[in-house]
Design a protein around this ligand. Structure first.
Ligand code: SF4
Ligand code: SF4
Length: 257
């Protein structure tokens, strides 16, 4: 039996959701949220949240810097948008929405992957101009975390709307084209050494990998020009293409080629 990545990834995703929800059950392993939290006494700051706070306050918050650098270093080694497919609860939600969309045969429009980088830039500019870390208020992760922590359920309607749009109109629109956090990590993913490897001599061009990939454009360069790795920062390192490939033409590289 071939090794599969998806059970491990699902275990990690559900583990993160459990950690976020743990205060509801009186557990104190994890405090905070994915923007700024404390796990086993270690402070972890999301670098994008740090950038927003710095841009909004125009004050360099040195106390957050070390943990933001630590988290940035971890995601650099792990591939950048690894955050999206292994950690972010919204990605998990949109994966399930995509399955429902496939089952119903609805929607399916896609928009440009560069949208996440425009969204990242626009968010930072808005933070500078308004002095408000806007995305911390509006992000689905923030809304979900506050819903769990403070039982503020009404804003969850925004997330329900997003899921409805993903099922009925546009496939994976949040993660592909709107999320500024994904935009930030896509910059990191471009230079990360952890990449999907491609052995073109094993590939039969069956196209199964592009069917399961949430950002299928990233597989075009290897498939069409035989590049030995997926180099796009938009690859979420989810491993779905590796799992589905019938000829093991795809794998994991831990260094540049
Ligand atoms: S699934 Fe594997 S064999 Fe099929 S096109 Fe993708 S890399 Fe090639
Ligand atoms: S190329 Fe493979 S690992 Fe990267 S996002 Fe697509 S399916 Fe996931």
């Amino acid at each position: 039996m071939n090794f599969k990545w998806w059970p491990i990834r699902r275990f990690v995703q559900l583990g993160i959701v459990t950690l976020i929800a743990s205060p509801l059950f009186g557990l104190t392993i994890f405090h905070g949220n994915l923007s700024a939290g404390e796990l086993f006494g270690i402070n972890l700051s999301d670098p994008f949240a740090f950038l927003q706070a710095t841009a909004a306050s125009k004050v360099f918050i040195a106390s957050f810097l070390a943990s933001a650098v630590l988290v940035t270093g971890i995601y650099f080694m792990l591939g950048g948008r690894t955050f999206c497919s292994w950690v972010c609860p919204v990605y998990l939600l949109t994966e399930w929405a995509d399955r429902l969309r496939s089952r119903f045969g609805t929607g399916g429009r896609t928009f440009s992957l560069s949208g996440v980088r425009w969204s990242f830039s626009a968010t930072i500019i808005i933070c500078v101009l308004t002095g408000v870390p806007l995305f911390e208020i509006l992000s689905p992760i923030g809304i979900t975390t506050r819903a769990v922590m403070f039982k503020a359920w009404q804003p969850l309607l925004l997330i329900l709307s997003l899921v409805t749009i993903e099922i009925s109109i546009a496939r994976r629109v949040w993660c592909r084209s709107l999320c500024p956090v994904g935009g930030f990590y896509s910059f990191l993913g471009r230079i990360s050494p952890l990449r999907v490897a491609f052995a073109h001599h094993l590939c039969t061009q069956c196209g199964e990998c592009t069917k399961v990939c949430p950002v299928e454009e990233v597989l075009e360069p290897p498939l069409t020009t035989h590049k030995p790795q997926v180099t796009s920062g938009d690859c979420t390192r989810c491993g779905d293409c590796i799992d589905i490939c019938p000829t093991q033409a795809l794998g994991v590289d831990i260094w540049y080629k």
